[in-house]
Design a protein around this ligand. Structure first.
Ligand code: SF4
Length: 111
C-alpha cells in the first residue's frame, strides 16, 4: 500500500523548511537512484536557510509531507513513493551547516 503523505522528522537545522525537528515542506524529493546505503541518499529539497529563515509559508511543524523517492533499492519504496508513515532525514556535517543537499540523507533507508 502506498502512503501518499508522511511525517518527516528532520535534523537538518539549517534548511529553510526545518522547524523544531520536523520538515514543513508540503512535498520533498529524496534522491539516490542507485543508493544501497542511507548515506548515498539525499534530500533534494534542502534549501540552505541563509537569508530566508522560515519564510516558506508552508505547513505547520510535523505536518504531512508528500515524498517522491528515487531510492528504488530501498525496501520502503513502492513506485517512487515511500510506504512508511514517517521517515527521518539527517545530515553528515557535524555542526549542521550544510551547503548542499549532498550532505543530507534519509536515515530510514533500508535495503
Ligand atoms: S525510507 Fe526509503 S522509500 Fe522512504 S523516503 Fe527514505 S529512502 Fe525513500
Amino acid at each position: 500500500m502506498n502512503s501518499q503523505t508522511n511525517k518527516v522528522k528532520c535534523g537538518v537545522t539549517d534548511c529553510a523548511y526545518y522547524n523544531e525537528n520536523y520538515c514543513t515542506a508540503n512535498e520533498i524529493k529524496i534522491g539516490g537512484e542507485n543508493a544501497t546505503t542511507a548515506d548515498a541518499t539525499n534530500c533534494e529539497t534542502f534549501v540552505n536557510s541563509g537569508n530566508m529563515v522560515n519564510s516558506c509559508g508552508c505547513s505547520a511543524k510535523g505536518g504531512e509531507t508528500k515524498i517522491c523517492c528515487q531510492a528504488r533499492e530501498c525496501k520502503h519504496n513502492e513506485d517512487s513513493k515511500c510506504t512508511l508513515s514517517g521517515i527521518d532525514v539527517s545530515c553528515t556535517c557535524a555542526s549542521c551547516d550544510c551547503s548542499s543537499h549532498d550532505q543530507t540523507f534519509c536515515s530510514s533507508f533500508k535495503l
